[in-house]
Design a protein around this ligand. Structure first.
Ligand code: XIL
Length: 373
């Protein structure tokens, strides 16, 4: 069982990835014998399947699953302004570089996340005394520096993140307050100039269904397109609650596509009260399946990214006390029902085994010798 599953995990990896992962992968295969490879299923449907990653964890089993199952990765924090330039003029690229290097070693795409955001913003930006002109220059210089550093190596950039309030009006970030409505167009133009090959995205949460907030986003995208602003896509974060996938998700993806932009599900996780119950894990499987199906169903939906593939690398327990179990793998890298729900949405019809969880397998093992036969 485990030997085969290791073979599968390893099979999905390049020689470079094996070098990266080294000897840590054997013995920690994360899926059962007949388990599918999500990136291969996704490719057959014309989409990518990605995950957010933590650069410092990219070794061992974590790296093996990242490389073996996913064909796109997003740095969970390493490309944010506060990570790359916490102090003005003091640049720290090691985390971001590590993610991009890992992706290239494993033939994966990178979603750059994110250039302009009100959160995880260094205080020198947040609390500086700016004029509209000086902050615009700081913002566009930041975009030129970061997007320029990775020019040609980023598939999608989340150029502007979380620009809207729940009622569809503009969030009063320092950029909105100081520069005004035009900061978004300025940011997209700067990003296009810095990396003409990257697809440029506007990303937000609670915009998965048709609602006041997504209406605000829709109106803005329509205006930007009419003005010739270089926007290529809309990111729906999809930090969802179990049992609450919006019924209008697919219609919402379609209406953005009809405006002439791509759409991506960029930060999918589906949280629940912990400890998880069998019933909620089953519902979560249906929810992951529904979200993935909605992307598959719309030709301009580029792909899906989960915000961490394992419950051991999820932001949910820290930000939503009492909730968790939000990702497709448990804390020990065992696939949960959600993983099989994703695979089913991508056309797989294999056996998920009995019960709610990963089937009868023994889970992670250690120290076994493996020979490929
Ligand atoms: C989260 C990270 O996962 C955490 O590690 C960090 O402490 C806070 O930010 N929307 C976004 C992401 O666009 O950047 C956020 O990521 C989750 C919400």
């Amino acid at each position: 069982m485990k030997l085969q599953s290791l073979r599968r995990a390893v099979f999905g990896m390049s020689a470079a990835a094996l070098l990266t992962v080294g000897a840590a992968a054997p013995g920690h295969a994360a899926a059962e014998a007949a388990d599918p490879i999500l990136k291969d299923l996704a490719a057959a449907q014309g989409i990518y399947y990605g995950t957010a990653v933590t650069a410092s964890k990219l070794t061992g089993t974590y790296a093996a699953v990242t490389a073996g199952q996913f064909d796109s990765i997003t740095p969970g924090n390493e490309m944010k302004w506060g990570s790359v330039e916490p102090v003005r003029g003091d640049f720290r690229w090691s985390g971001a570089d590590a993610v991009v290097d890992f992706a290239e070693a494993n033939g994966q795409k990178v979603r750059g996340h994110t250039l302009v955001w009100h959160s995880q913003l260094p205080s020198w930006v947040e609390n500086g005394s700016w004029t509209a002109g000086s902050l615009r220059t700081v913002m566009t210089d930041h975009i030129a520096t970061e997007a320029g550093r990775y020019k040609g190596r980023i598939d999608h950039w989340d150029v502007v993140n979380e620009a809207f309030n729940e009622d569809g009006t503009r969030r009063q970030s320092v950029f909105q307050r100081t520069i005004g409505d035009g900061y978004i167009a300025d940011a997209f133009r700067a990003a296009r100039a810095a990396d003409p090959a990257a697809k440029l995205y506007l990303n937000d949460y609670n915009v998965e269904g048709i609602n006041a907030k997504s209406n605000g986003m829709y109106d803005l995208v329509r205006q930007l397109k009419a003005q010739g602003v270089p926007i290529d896509g809309v990111g729906l974060q999809a930090h969802l609650i179990v049992g609450q996938v919006p019924s209008t998700l697919q219609a919402n993806i379609q209406r953005f596509a009809d405006l002439g932009v791509d759409v991506a599900i960029t930060e999918l996780d589906i949280r629940m009260p912990v400890p998880a119950t069998e019933q909620r894990l089953r519902q979560q499987k249906a929810d992951y399946k529904a979200v993935t199906q909605a992307c598959v169903a719309v030709s301009r939906c580029a792909g899906v990214t989960v915000w961490g593939f394992t419950d051991s690398d999820s932001w949910i327990p820290d930000f939503f006390p009492g909730e968790g179990a939000a990702t497709p793998y448990d804390e020990n890298y065992r696939p949960k029902p959600a993983y099989y729900g994703i695979a089913e949405a991508l056309g797989w019809s294999g056996d998920t085994g009995p019960g709610p969880g990963p089937g009868p397998g023994p889970g992670p093992v250690s120290g076994c010798a493996v020979t490929y036969a």
